[in-house]
Design a protein around this ligand. Structure first.
Ligand SMILES: [Zn+2]
Length: 447
């Protein structure tokens, strides 16, 4: 039996055309009507007052790691963190789980494991690795949203990176089947040539992953995309050196999009404490001047999405000093845990820079939804869309305590920071998500 219709009312409803006072009628899990504030009625009216109502965020870059490395992160913990952070749809990355999602069997293992453990809606990326070209079409037909490849070593042996020859084959096949290729773009030769200085100093780690590693990889990728006609998406752009390459490629008609992440937009190399490997990720967090350039590109519409790249591990693999580790940036696992904090982290910085909630929703909800072809069901408060909604108090400040977050391991570079913006309630398909209650997230596929 479907629950009876509900009206959600707020003086700050973020609609595709901007923010305004409005009523949203939710029926059978969908948005049935959007009307003027006070104009719609139902047996239940939830009046949020001045608390904003946003469409649920769509995070297309999450590493759940289950099965196989569930001690790093799992479906239950990741999706609870998502729901608590206002994210109502996640798309899971194909690596760090064992098996990786590089075959239909690997996808089936993911889906089976996720059953009954999804507090938000959940879809899957496939992986394109050397030798699995024959697996791409069946995986695409099985509903993955596209295929991730690495141009440099991924950090796990079961997900090897593609050499230029493999990339050419993979992109040609993805052009043929109409798939979206998503790429971790760092160049292994540039990385190999960079100075490798282990230790607790962040500047040494930063020097080991120079801007040019990203620029060289993106340049090579764009050449291959041009030749094959594949549609490509650059994951987690960290270096502003990539931006002119993207502009030129777009001007040339290459189908290329790009994303960046909250940590590149809100953190900076200058402030990373010695030995605090919670900040380690690849590509790395760069300096403040670079961060300003990323913001300018974001404001100019050059990034289709801001997504978490939530990629935790256990504290021992992070070599965290407070867990008795060495704090060596070179040896620590590279990955930032932030799924629950992306919205307040971005909002805190966006507001300071004069941006609005409408901008944040474009970057974190409608943009990523359009990247993966979910426009029409996810990413907007509009009639016919899934009633995935978030009550968000933009003026509430809170201090981040890692142990209070829902993701499995209590590690995040935002620990100790004060952020603005609190998620009060999350609705998925019209029902309030209770992380202490039963999950009702659904597994979704590319349509
Ligand atoms: Zn990632």
């Amino acid at each position: 039996m479907s629950p009876s219709p509900v009206v959600i009312r707020s003086r700050r409803v973020v609609l595709p055309e901007g923010e305004r006072p409005a009523d949203v009628l939710v029926q059978d899990g969908r948005i049935a009507a959007v009307g003027a504030h006070g104009s719609l009625s139902a047996e239940t009216v939830t009046d949020l007052g001045d608390t904003a109502l946003l469409p649920g965020l769509v995070d297309t870059h999450v590493h759940v790691n289950e099965p196989g490395r569930t001690e790093w992160e799992g479906f239950a913990t990741a999706t609870k963190a998502a729901a608590a952070g206002g994210v109502t749809t996640i798309i899971d990355m194909p690596l760090n789980s064992v098996p990786p999602t590089t075959t239909v069997d690997g996808l089936a293992a993911k889906r089976k494991t996720a059953e009954g453990q999804a507090w938000v809606d959940l879809g899957f990326w496939g992986g394109a690795i050397p030798g699995n070209v024959p697996d791409l079409e069946p995986l695409h037909q099985a509903g993955v949203f596209g295929f991730k490849s690495f141009l440099a070593p991924s950090g796990v042996d079961e997900f090897p990176h593609v050499e230029p020859f493999d990339l050419e084959l993979a992109l040609a096949e993805q052009a043929r089947i109409g798939a979206l290729a998503i790429i971790h773009a760092e160049d292994p030769a540039v990385l190999d040539a960079a100075p490798q200085t282990p230790g607790v100093h962040y500047r040494d780690f930063l020097a080991s992953r120079p801007d040019d590693a990203e620029a060289a990889a993106v340049s090579r990728l764009l050449d291959t995309a041009r030749r094959t006609g594949a549609r490509v998406h650059i994951l987690h752009v960290s270096s502003a050196a990539v931006l002119p390459l993207l502009r030129q490629a777009r001007a040339d008609g290459v189908q290329v999009t790009a994303e960046t992440c909250p940590h590149y937009l809100t953190l900076a190399a200058e402030e990373v404490p010695d030995g605090d490997t919670a900040f380690k990720c690849c590509p790395p967090i760069r300096d403040e001047a670079n961060r300003d350039q990323l913001w300018a590109a974001l404001a100019a519409g050059e990034f289709i999405a801001v997504v978490s790249d939530h990629s935790p591990s256990t504290p021992d693999l992070k070599l965290l000093q407070r867990y008795g580790g060495s704090g060596d940036f070179a040896a620590a696992w590279g990955g930032i845990a932030s799924l629950q904090l992306g919205l307040p982290a971005i909002w805190t910085e966006a507001r300071r820079r004069g941006h609005t909630l409408t901008d944040v929703v474009r970057w974190m909800s409608s943009g990523p939804a359009s990247l993966v072809g979910l426009t029409g069901s996810k990413g907007a408060i509009a009639v016919g869309y899934d009633a995935d909604l978030v009550a968000f108090d933009p003026d509430a400040d809170f201090a981040v305590h890692a142990e209070q977050l829902h993701h499995r391991n209590p590690v995040t570079p935002y620990a100790g920071r004060t952020l603005s913006g609190a998620v009060r309630t999350t609705w998925l398909r019209g029902r309030v998500v209770d992380v202490a209650g039963a999950p009702f997230g659904q597994q979704i596929t590319r349509s």
